[in-house]
Design a binder for this molecule. Sequence first.
Ligand code: MG
Length: 453
Amino acid sequence: MTEPKKKQLFGTNGVRGVVGELMTPELVMKIAMAVGSMRPGTVAVGRDTRTSGPALIEAAKAGLMAVGCDVVDCGILPTPGLQYLVKDHFDAGIVITASHNPGNYNGVKVIEPDGTEMDDENSIAIEERVFSGTFATKGWEAVGSSRSAPDMFQEYVDGVVAKVPAGIGKGMTVVIDPGCGAAYRTTASILSDLGCRVITLNAQPDGRFPARNPEPSEEGLAPMADLVRSVGAQFGVAHDGDADRAVFIDDKGRFVEENKEFALVADAVCHGKSGIIVTPVSSSRLIEQIGQRHSCTVDYTAVGSIYVARRMRALLDAGKSVVFGGEGNGGLIYPNHQFCRDGGMTAAMMVHLLSLKKETLSSLVDNLPPSVMLKHKFHTDKAPAMIQAVSKKFSGDKINTVDGLRIDRADAWALIRPSGTEPLVRLYIESQTEAVVKAFEKEILDCINPIIA
Ligand code: MG
């Protein structure tokens, strides 16, 4: 059997790198020339707020036009915003963003005509063109054109608002922290269109990210938590740099762990429906527990939002009912909206959840089934030996090998998963009680410690 080809430039979600090192206008232009050679037609481009964005987006436009594509520049908007527009209007899309990475990074996400992120096979085909310089370069009579569409993001805002009942936010006060990123003018619009009273912080676009890192961590959101408490808001919502993810602060000012967020939003999305929820093997079992309330089952995929999105599409194509999907990092996918993570939609769904439940977010969080999750990281190149030992020791248990090795027991589960990009192995263990988690942890560590010692 031949080894499957590996991606060299593309990671889990596009190409990322430090600006001026890997990430240069030259590289972006070559990627754009490859994209335009493979997906000819009219291509939309957009970006987040990074200081390097204007230079890199011009490089993308130049590359696309050079291979004959007509370009529509949608300016600054969330990645799901551009995905939404591509799905309805364009032959492909390119987003210049480094998502949650710090300001010195930037990157490229390639969007397919259906609005999904490009899969591994096509990403490798892009790389091969970039490395070999195989581009469908055009002469003077066939080069493409460029125009700006800075207000087109409004279509995305309206599209999200249309997916939830009108006026459901009336009487709610919400705080929004886009972190000076791409959602600076979308999420506030969405929530105020739903009737919410909206208070923002860090809502000026600023690619130096003066207030907090684009990664919406509990630490970085402390000022928002204070604001939520002081204004008596029902919740606070924050995004990463390109707003495909959303995370929440509850009415008591507490950070809502993202697996809990996923479970709570699933409760609203699955309301009155039955079918399948798709999520990676790394997600909490809370999703299964909430799914059971609505006759929904969980289908596990490899780790990465594109695998979740593509599995959702494949199940739908096979005639199955697919209700919801997402990852335990605040990246949630709504199949009746679009097949990508959408932070603005997740903010709207939180309003929907609170209006359905007529309870505070803090009490919804506190009433979730108990969950204790342990996470370990091992810096080692002995992943194959670790996996082999664990798979032998736990051969009597239910095993899933879609990504690493997941052991499912009635009262607990564990995942041991090598990183795809670095010599690193991650271990997750979850149960409802500390005692069970600790006992399971000991069983696994007794098996792997001798290997990495
Ligand atoms: Mg992101």
